[in-house]
Design a protein around this ligand. Structure first.
Ligand code: ARG
Length: 282
């Protein structure tokens, strides 16, 4: 009986094997971490430990102050880009922005092994709508991105290679506030929570607010675990075939961690064509 069960499990694992490599949007050797998904607790989270276990996170700064999170990705041609939310960069000027990578401490600019890169250009998704937050994704071209040296502290995440499913439990990280009206975190926080079906998201958030074409939502019915202010732009990532994939981008919510009010994320899978085209041509 056990043998049969193991056989069936094995078959399932084999059938749902890695996606076709021609589909990959980012370079290989991405999404590697020795870390494990955190237990549920940003709101309801815990400090990332050991430090740097999610080496793709970066802090987006405006005039030197943290405003949002974001993630390092690498094109198949080997160029690094920073993915964040369009609402973080909309209306801003690239020369005010910088990105800190290899970082655990929000404010410590002398952190060993970290790097601060200037932003050369902001490429917001042309279909981003500030009124609805549809297509809330932005790609930043970094000045001197060829000076990035990967280390245990700095590595790109893999871009989503397939769609998410309802119930998939994924991790969100950031330096945002640890309660709805609380203060932002000095040290990187992590939490994990399940992605919900589009119909659940629509009924929890209102079908006139939730646009399944470019959004996904995640949370527990009872609330308690969520991203919050200052986490925007940061990654929601899921482990698939042993690597971590960027599946969502922190976008918006009704307050934070409220019961029946899941957090909303830009849907990386649905936004993939624009991402692929943007990083392959810049
Ligand atoms: N808009 C927020 C920001 O700019 C992110 C809010 C996320 N909220 C949530 N409940 N998940 O930082």
């Amino acid at each position: 009986m056990e043998g049969l069960l193991a056989g069936v499990l094995c078959l399932i694992v084999t059938v749902s094997a890695a996606p076709d490599p021609t589909q990959w949007i980012t370079a290989g050797n991405c999404g590697i971490s020795s870390g494990r998904a955190p237990d549920p607790f940003i709101v309801g989270g815990a400090e990332v430990s050991p430090m740097y276990k999610w080496p793709w996170i970066g802090s987006l700064r405006s005039s030197g102050s943290h405003i949002c999170g974001g993630s390092l990705i690498k094109s198949t041609a080997g160029r690094y880009f920073f993915v964040t939310a369009a609402h973080c960069t909309y209306g801003s000027n690239a020369n005010r922005l910088s990105v800190k990578i290899g970082t655990h401490f929000r404010a410590d600019t002398s952190e060993s092994g970290s790097m601060i890169l200037n932003v050369n250009r902001i490429i917001n998704n042309p279909n981003y709508r500030a009124t609805t937050l549809e297509n809330d994704i932005s790609i930043l071209v970094l000045t001197n991105s060829e000076s990035i040296v990967e280390s245990n502290q700095i590595r790109p995440i893999c871009y989503a290679s397939r769609d998410h499913y309802a119930g998939e439990v994924c991790t969100v990280i950031g330096w945002g506030t640890t309660s709805e009206s609380g203060s932002s975190a000095a040290r990187l926080q992590e939490a994990s929570k399940p992605i919900l079906s589009d119909s659940q998201c629509s009924s929890d958030l209102g079908s006139n607010n939730y646009y399944s074409n470019s959004m996904l939502c995640s949370g527990y019915d009872a609330g308690g675990v969520d991203a919050c202010q200052g986490d925007s732009g940061g990654p929601l990532f899921c482990q698939r075939n042993g690597v971590w994939e960027l599946v969502g981008i922190v976008s918006w919510g009704y307050g934070c961690a409220r019961p029946g009010r899941p957090g909303v994320y830009g849907d990386c899978w649905n936004l993939r064509d624009w991402v692929r085209q943007t990083i392959d041509s810049n």
